[in-house]
Design a protein around this ligand. Structure first.
Ligand SMILES: [Zn+2]
Length: 266
């Protein structure tokens, strides 16, 4: 399985910044998980290949690029872009984003080929196929309804938490799964524990407590969704944990996993 975190901000020289304002993972070059920077950061080839988008939750940093992604391709789409989300997330998208005031209601519009966008609702806790990928949705603990996912293809399985605070059902779902990688959020530094608890996010100390519930010692752990303003302090506190398997997931880099071995390509 291949996964790339799309960039969402830039350095002085125009190159991708490691600061992650928006969340969008591209899997096997054609399925997006979340759509934060989807329209802005895909290549032309990726834009034409992506027709399935799986959403963890409806916070802006996870959906900001979705309306623009449909808009960019409105007249060219020969099939609808499929949005896989829970009914709670779909309700927010229709009411607060695709409401004719913020943006057109694309689910009601067609081009010369037919529909341009359609919803594929899933029930929390259920499994569904997206092409060659099997998604198992798992409840996590965020301020709004949010899904984590265990994602598998023929070559490997990985888990992505989405935004979350401390959780239990997620850990029982991933136990004994022989994951190649766990992608888990860590938004705030320890000094903002109160804010993290209020907004249902993790700090490095909270993350360390969560990882005691994760029984797979071989699985690599990648940190995602670090708030950009606190990136340095979060990374320093993660290093202080002295857990060598923890590293931050780099933007713009393609990671590749198979059951036999772990490898990375740029
Ligand atoms: Zn969120």
């Amino acid at each position: 399985m291949k996964l790339k975190l799309l960039p969402s901000s830039f350095e002085k020289d125009g190159g991708a910044s490691p600061r992650q304002h928006l969340t969008c993972f591209l899997i096997n070059g054609r399925v997006a998980v979340d759509a934060g920077s989807l329209a802005m950061a895909v290549t032309a080839e990726e834009r034409s290949a992506i027709r399935d988008i799986v959403i963890t939750h409806a916070h802006l940093d996870h959906i900001a690029g979705l309306p623009l992604f449909i808009d960019d391709q409105f007249s060219e789409l020969t099939e609808a872009v499929r949005i896989h989300a829970t009914s709670e997330v779909i309700e927010v998208l229709e009411r607060d984003v695709f409401n004719w005031s913020v943006y057109p209601r694309f689910s009601e519009l067609e081009n010369s080929h037919g529909k341009v966008m359609e919803y594929r609702p899933f029930v929390q806790g259920s499994s569904f196929r997206v092409g060659e990928l099997l998604f198992e949705s798992v409840e996590v603990n965020h301020k709004v309804p949010c899904s984590g996912f265990i994602i598998s293809d023929d070559s490997s399985s990985i888990a992505i938490t989405g935004d979350t605070a401390n959780m239990d059902s997620f850990w029982s779902s991933v136990s004994d799964r022989k994951l190649s990688a766990l992608l888990i959020e860590c938004a705030f530094p320890n000094e903002l524990t109160e804010l993290a608890e209020m907004s249902c996010h993790l700090t490095p100390a909270m993350l360390a407590a969560e990882l005691t519930k994760f029984r797979d010692p071989d699985c690599e752990v990648f940190i995602i969704n670090i708030k950009p303003s606190y990136r340095e302090s979060v990374l320093n506190e993660l290093a202080d944990l002295q857990m060598p398997r923890i590293r931050d997931l780099q933007v713009g880099r393609t990671y590749e996993w198979s059951r036999e071995s772990f490898s990375q390509a740029t």
